[in-house]
Design a protein around this ligand. Structure first.
Ligand code: SF4
Length: 223
């Protein structure tokens, strides 16, 4: 029998739930994972934790010219007391044994979902759990941008469900796409931007390039 620690208590490690097993009510799911986030730019909800806990991003934030220097998720509304409290509650819930089911219950009615409008992957297990959520929500397209190449090294593209696009983000502004993953994102402060959001009021509108498997790289303008 396998056990994992949670809140200082040793509890049984449960198998990921199957679609037919999801019977949790949304109000009970929110008590476990806290709420989803609702970035106004996106066509659906998202999920955020504190950018202060980004493993790679916290190091990059100190490097001028990196995409994390001046990170939008470390200022403005992300510093409001209620947002910081929500980030803390979500972070503390990541190892909860019912996290996968609770996230799937909240996401399954949405067509488009973005992982981490603030924050990033925390561990290999975190990504395994997200993959389980995606398998439980086949009617949802998931987009997960990440800078955690070390975590992605533990996965191959064929381990990723077809309704999840993981984009490995390059570290530096004007750097080319990463080579070790099929879907990527980059940032430019000059030519080559492919994200149309700045031309359409800062929203995605009809664009779904970030979720599009045929779009190998998305290039954003520097914020
Ligand atoms: S590329 Fe399209 S989907 Fe992605 S953030 Fe920009 S507008 Fe939104």
């Amino acid at each position: 029998m396998c056990y994992i620690p949670f809140g200082g208590i040793r509890i049984k490690k449960l198998k990921p739930p199957q679609q037919k097993d999801i019977i949790m009510k949304i109000k009970d799911a929110v008590k476990i994972t806290h709420t989803l986030s609702k970035p106004g730019k996106m066509p659906g909800p998202a999920y955020s934790i504190s950018a202060k806990n980004c493993i790679t991003g916290a190091k990059l934030a100190k490097i001028p010219g990196s995409v994390c220097a001046g990170c939008y998720a470390l200022k403005g509304r992300y510093m409001f007391k209620n947002t910081k409290s929500a980030h803390q509650l979500r972070q503390e819930s990541l190892d909860h044994p019912q996290w996968v089911e609770a996230m799937a219950v909240q996401i399954k009615s949405h067509k488009w979902f973005r992982w981490h409008d603030a924050g990033d992957l925390q561990s290999v297990q975190h990504l395994n759990n997200i993959i389980s959520v995606c398998k439980l929500t086949p009617g949802t397209m998931h987009w997960l941008p990440t800078r955690e190449a070390q975590i992605l090294k533990e996965f191959t593209p064929d381990m990723i469900p077809s309704n999840l696009i993981i984009r490995l983000s390059s570290h530096m502004i004007n750097q080319g796409p990463a080579k070790q993953w099929p879907h990527t994102s980059t940032v430019t402060d000059g030519e080559g931007r492919t994200c149309p959001a700045p031309d359409q009021g800062g929203i995605c509108g009809e664009c779904r390039s970030c979720w599009d498997r045929d779009t190998k790289n998305v290039c954003y303008g520097k914020h």
